[in-house]
Design a binder for this molecule. Structure first.
Ligand code: HEC
Length: 103
């Protein structure tokens, strides 16, 4: 909801050119953290390796900011224990592997 609202307010420019969305993110670290802390639940709910949650047609994430917010939300809700830097690394990995939001 909030993300949709923000996207509406900020306009199309916000959906592009976000090179610094995850300034502390290291995709290689994020890949490992995601596999350790997050993947099993997605896999049990969505089948396969669980990555279809990121590529489904009605996926919720359309901006880098929304991706980071969702990672933070899942981290808190599931008490995965990721630091702020870890959250950026996971977001950077998910973006690189699935969302490809950054240009
Ligand atoms: C206990 C189960 C569970 C765990 C653990 C979990 N997730 Fe999720 N995750 C979900 C479910 C269920 C959804 C779909 C929510 C929806 O459709 O509203 C989801 C959705 C997401 C999405 C959005 C997908 C999209 O584009 O629509 C992201 C990103 C995500 N999770 C990241 C993470 C990260 C990062 C972690 C680890 C810190 C994590 N999740 C741990 C259950 C989990």
């Amino acid at each position: 909801m909030l993300a949709a609202l923000a996207a509406g307010v900020l306009g199309p420019a916000a959906a592009h050119a976000q090179p610094d969305a995850f300034p502390f993110g290291k995709p290689a670290i994020g890949k490992k953290l995601y596999a350790e802390k997050c993947a099993a639940c997605h896999a049990s709910m969505y089948g396969g390796d669980g990555s279809s949650v990121f590529t489904r047609a009605d996926r919720k994430i359309h901006t880098a900011a929304a991706l980071l917010a969702q990672v933070q939300f899942c981290n808190q809700r599931t008490r995965a224990g990721l630091s702020a830097e870890d959250e950026q690394s996971v977001a950077a990995w998910l973006d690189q592997a699935y969302y490809k939001l950054k240009k």
